[in-house]
Ligand binder design. Structure first.
Ligand code: TYC
Length: 106
């Protein structure tokens, strides 16, 4: 069997982009509720999502006013782990904070 050749006789290799497709990405979204303290949400955003105090405050206020806000965009396994960390931390302090993930582009 012979390798595929182009018109000049060079061997044609598979395009690299077909082999190294980036992983699908997921947004981690924080949801509003009436009970979780604002200060706790700011700590969550700093501790779990690596936000600065200013970034965390801005995201928390977006969620408070609009019902939801993006904390970060990650591959599926990283997004799922972040959500587990948020829920575990919130439940350990008896807060009802909720967090979900959505595929980017939805
Ligand atoms: N709405 C909450 C309050 O008034 C604050 C809050 C912000 C709760 C963001 C959840 O994801 C949240 N205490």
């Amino acid at each position: 069997m012979s390798l595929p050749k182009d018109s000049s006789g060079s061997i044609v290799l598979e395009r690299q982009s077909a082999q190294v497709k980036p992983p699908p990405m997921y947004q981690v979204i924080l949801l509003n509720d009436d009970y979780t303290p604002m200060e706790f949400v700011v700590v969550v955003l700093q501790k779990i999502f690596g936000k600065t105090q200013e970034e965390a405050m801005k995201i928390m206020l977006t969620v408070h006013h609009h019902g939801r806000g993006t904390c970060g965009v990650y591959p599926q396994d990283v997004a799922a782990t972040r959500i587990q960390q948020v829920l575990q931390f919130a439940r350990s302090r008896q807060h009802p904070l909720q967090c979900v993930m959505e595929p980017v582009g939805d």
